[in-house]
Design a protein around this ligand. Structure first.
Ligand code: ZN
Ligand code: ZN
Length: 94
């Protein structure tokens, strides 16, 4: 599973305390490690991504460390199949 980091969206806000909290609220999970394949840092950011290699242009939130969140435009290989939470606030917390 791969995702493209679309970042550059820090102006976007939602009704949750943060995008990481948004991910927790709608995944029902607690953020732990960054979901990049081999990263051992704690996830500190709910990053905006698109799924890579599939016909799905929706924006999603996944938990990443700040270093991976800053890799704007990069394709990130993910550990397993992490939960993708919709970044569309009208479908979630809006
Ligand atoms: Zn939210
Ligand atoms: Zn990371």
């Amino acid at each position: 599973m791969k995702a493209r980091n679309i970042n550059g969206t820090s102006n976007h806000t939602c009704g949750c305390a943060s995008w990481l909290k948004h991910w927790e609220n709608f995944s029902g999970e607690t953020a732990g490690l960054c979901v990049e394949k081999s990263c051992m840092s704690n996830a500190t950011v709910g990053a905006h991504v698109q799924k890579e290699g599939v016909l799905d242009q929706h924006w999603y939130i996944i938990p990443l460390c700040s270093a991976h969140n800053n890799q704007q435009g990069e394709v990130i290989e993910l550990y397993g199949n992490p939960t993708f939470v919709s970044a569309n606030v009208s479908e979630t917390c809006g």
